[in-house]
Design a protein around this ligand. Structure first.
Ligand code: TRP
Length: 457
């Protein structure tokens, strides 16, 4: 056992369950909804390239560090950090990583639930046949109708948060483990089916060109910051979600391989979603790649509305989007819940009720930012934009920076070697070099330049 702590929350049944659960956390609205619209707003090609660089060069090593800290502590991120800090004899201020993460998770969940609510609404709209034969204009109209109605948004936001609570109350192993095992593979198959449709019915070559043609002129520091933030966001790293899941990972599973599989799945889903959505966008008059947060909700219904059996396919697809969002949202809530249970001795149920209530209230700000509060902006940001920017582009990269530096410089070598014995020789050297120098330098540089670009240019 050695430096390894024991867990009060249970362990995943196998390495494969961990991969599915971590993929369940990683693959979500970030890949299917956020990636396409942000890539569309920042010009495509070059942005996508930087995004992928960030996923594999910074994201994977940082994710490994997170899993490692989680598994060696076997507790909530806050306490896993405390455990790692204590065992390493490092300075206590490293522990703020855990706090920052739990806060970020709750803030993200507040707007995440609202967007997932849109998907819930679309399941119903699809099943009712509202979108049969819809063109770009009709689809945009229906989307505006939804976002202009605060009450409708609140109903779905509430429903989605209730779904999350149901799973988290049951505990990760039972709740999350079983949910992801069936649903993630199903989602993947469905996406591939949609891709085939996009190839035959959409403008696939235009979509390919848009996503993969490197056009350096669209590459501002602001765009690079957004690409890095998106990489952190879609991978679920920088706030302890993966740390929390790592805490339940079996001791004999290889961290490096596992994380690589998760990152591959994650970026694949983002790219496939992008290809599907842009194939439709370029084949449909009236939808622009830079349409913003509504992009997925305007473009996909056009495709479903015009394919045979689209009613059913569309409804099933949005159900899968909800499920992907669900398995991600769980990981935003779990760290805070685990912590309240450990620190305040709350029951699982009580911790859930308290936290979800707080998240629900904060979510009202996002609800209103799409209608009555649309014009209430700070530095050009609506309330929703501000929360999104604050979490994805500021807190997550800073969390990632701290995790890198801590694991690279402050963590006791014995813990690292105990956790990843399979990483030997040059690989170990390379990984440590990334954590100590490459990631911190890249994150700091992109962060400073991106903020400067956004606020001072
Ligand atoms: N990665 C998820 C997505 O792409 C969102 C998410 C879940 C997340 N847990 C997270 C983002 C933790 C940042 C941190 O939809």
């Amino acid at each position: 056992m050695g430096l390894q702590a024991k867990s009060m929350h249970g362990v995943w049944v196998s390495r494969w369950t961990f991969i599915l659960a971590a993929t369940g956390s990683a693959v979500g609205l970030g890949n299917m909804w956020k990636f396409p619209y942000v890539a569309g707003s920042f010009g495509g090609g070059a942005f996508v390239f930087v995004y992928l660089l960030c996923v594999f060069l910074i994201g994977v090593p940082v994710m490994m560090a997170e899993v490692l800290i989680g598994r060696s502590g076997r507790q909530s991120p806050i306490n896993a950090m405390r455990h790692a800090v204590t065992v390493s004899g490092a300075a206590q201020h490293w522990r703020c990583v855990g706090w920052l993460g739990v806060t970020a998770g709750l803030i993200i969940l507040s707007f995440y639930a609202v967007i997932a609510g849109w998907a819930l609404d679309y399941v119903v709209q699809m099943a009712r046949g509202n979108l049969i034969g819809a063109d770009g204009e009709v689809a945009a109209g229906l989307f505006a109708e939804l976002t202009n109605n605060p009450l409708r948004l609140i109903v779905w936001q509430t429903a989605f948060l209730a779904l999350c609570m149901v799973v988290v109350v049951r505990g990760v192993r039972k709740g999350v483990g079983t949910a992801v095992e069936i649903l993630m593979p199903l989602l993947f198959v469905m996406l591939l089916g949609m891709l085939v449709f996009a190839v035959f019915k959409g403008d696939f070559s235009a979509a390919w060109q848009f996503l993969f043609r490197f056009d350096a002129s669209s590459l501002t520091w602001r765009a690079i910051l957004e690409a890095m933030g998106l990489a952190f966001f879609t991978l679920s790293i920088g706030m302890g979600a993966i740390m929390a899941y790592g805490a339940y990972m079996p001791a004999n599973a290889s961290i490096g391989q596992t994380v690589l599989v998760v990152a591959l799945f994650d970026s694949l889903v983002a790219i496939i979603s992008g290809l599907i959505i842009f194939s439709i966008v370029f084949a449909t008059p009236g939808i622009e790649p830079s349409a913003g947060p509504g992009l997925m909700f305007i473009s996909l219904p056009v495709a479903f509305g015009n394919m045979p059996g689209g009613l059913l396919v569309g409804a099933v697809f949005f159900i899968l989007v909800v499920i992907a969002a669900w398995s991600s949202a769980i990981s935003l809530l779990e760290p805070a819940v685990a912590w309240l249970m450990e620190a305040q001795n709350y029951s699982r149920l009580k911790a859930n009720v308290v936290l979800v209530a707080a998240v629900w209230v904060l979510g009202l700000g996002t609800v209103l930012s799409f209608n009555v509060g649309r014009d209430a902006t700070i530095a050009g940001f609506t309330f929703f934009d501000a929360l999104d920017f604050l979490t994805a582009n500021i807190i997550l990269p800073l969390g990632g920076l701290a995790i890198s530096l801590f694991t690279g410089f402050a963590m006791r070598k014995a813990i690292i070697e105990e956790q990843i014995p399979e990483l030997k020789g040059a690989w170990m050297t390379a990984w440590r070099a990334v954590l100590c120098y490459v990631a911190p330098f890249a994150i700091t540089c992109i962060f400073v330049m991106g903020i400067y670009d956004k606020f001072f240019l």
